[in-house]
Design a protein around this ligand. Structure first.
Ligand code: URA
Length: 300
C-alpha cells in the first residue's frame, strides 16, 4: 500500500516554496559562505521549476501604427566548479574589466564571458545569454536577467516577455534585424529572482564594453533593475519611466529611456498604455523629430 508522505515534509517543502526556493541543486546543503576550491556534483535537472507567471496571451494591446521603415544600423553529469563561491567583488570586477577591455569584437566579448568565472550566477545557469539581434544598432534594449526559456536557448528575451517585447518593437516599426537586445546580467538567476547588486556590478564591465562595441544612439531600459544599473537612479520605475536621460559610456553620450518591463506588462495589462507612450517617445527620437534635450544627466 502506498504511504502518504509525512505532513512535516510537505510543510517544509511548502515553506521552501514560499521562501522562493525553486531549484534543488544537491542532496546536501551547501555552506555558501565557505570560499575556495570545491567540486560539486550537480544532480539531474532541477526538481522544482518556478511556474512562469500567468499572462494574457494577447497582442500588445494597441492598434498598431502603420508600418514604419526600419532603421539602418548602423545537470545530469558531474559539474566541476572552480572557486564556486565568487571571489570578493573587487577581484571579480577587476578580472571582468581586464577581460572585457581586451575584446575587440562582440565575438571576442562572448569568448571572454565564457571564460569568466567571477559571477556566481554562472554556476547554476545552463547557458550564457549574451545578446540577440543586430551586432551594430541605433537602439539597444537592456533588460534585467535571462529567465528559464532564455537559459535553455542561450539568448535573451525568447520567452513570453520576449514575445511581448518583439510586439512592442514591431509596433514602432522595429525588429531584431535592427535592434540589439541584452540584459544587465548574462546568466539566469536561480528561480528568476532579481540579480543582486553584486551580480550586476560584476557583469557591468562586459555590458559597458558591449555598449561601446554596439555603439547605439539610444537605450531602452526595461524595468527598474536595468534603469538602476544604467542610470544610477533609485526611484521606482513608475516614477522615472518615460523620462529621457543622457548616459555617458566611455566618453560617448547616449540617450536612454526607462520603461516598464514586458513581464510586468503581462501581469498588469492596464500599464501597457504608459509603455506605449514611452515607445512613441522613443520612435520620435529615432526619427529625429525631437531634439535631444535630456533632463537628467547620468554617468555610466
Ligand atoms: N526578462 C528579462 O529581463 N530578460 C530576459 O532575457 C527575459 C526576461
Amino acid at each position: 500500500m502506498e504511504q502518504s508522505p509525512d505532513p512535516r515534509l510537505i510543510a517544509m517543502l511548502a515553506w521552501y516554496r514560499d521562501m522562493g526556493v525553486t531549484d534543488v541543486l544537491t542532496d546536501e546543503p551547501i555552506d555558501w559562505l565557505v570560499r575556495g576550491e570545491s567540486v560539486l556534483a550537480l544532480p539531474e535537472p532541477p526538481l522544482l521549476e518556478k511556474q512562469a507567471p500567468a499572462y494574457e496571451d494577447s497582442d500588445f494591446g494597441f492598434d498598431l501604427p502603420p508600418a514604419r521603415p526600419t532603421f539602418p544600423s548602423g545537470g545530469g553529469t558531474a559539474v566541476s566548479v572552480r572557486n564556486f563561491a565568487p571571489p570578493p567583488t573587487s577581484e571579480a570586477e577587476n578580472s571582468a574589466r581586464a577581460l572585457a577591455e581586451q575584446a575587440q569584437s562582440l565575438e571576442q566579448l562572448r569568448a571572454a564571458l565564457q571564460q569568466f568565472d567571477g559571477c556566481a550566477l554562472r554556476s547554476t545557469a545552463k547557458n550564457l545569454c549574451f545578446f540577440r539581434g543586430a551586432p551594430k544598432a541605433r537602439l539597444m534594449v537592456i533588460g534585467e536577467a535571462p529567465g528559464r526559456e532564455e537559459d535553455l536557448e542561450g539568448k535573451p528575451f525568447v520567452g513570453r516577455a520576449g514575445k511581448l517585447l518583439d510586439r512592442m518593437l514591431a509596433a514602432i516599426g522595429l525588429s531584431e534585424e535592427v535592434v540589439h537586445i541584452t540584459n544587465i546580467v548574462y546568466w539566469r538567476p536561480p528561480g528568476n529572482r532579481t540579480p543582486t547588486p553584486q551580480e550586476a556590478l560584476v557583469c557591468r564591465p562586459f555590458l559597458m564594453r558591449q555598449i561601446e562595441l554596439v555603439a547605439p544612439d539610444f537605450l531602452l531600459l526595461l524595468g527598474a533593475a536595468a534603469a538602476r544599473q544604467m542610470l544610477g537612479v533609485t526611484d521606482g520605475i513608475l516614477r522615472i519611466r518615460g523620462k529621457w536621460y543622457e548616459v555617458e559610456v566611455r566618453g560617448r553620450s547616449i540617450s536612454a529611456i526607462p520603461t516598464l518591463h514586458p513581464a510586468y506588462l503581462l501581469r498588469t495589462p492596464a500599464a501597457k498604455k504608459a509603455a506605449w507612450r514611452d515607445l512613441l517617445s522613443l520612435r520620435a527620437r529615432l526619427e529625429g523629430s525631437v531634439p535631444s534635450d535630456a533632463p537628467g544627466p547620468a554617468s555610466a
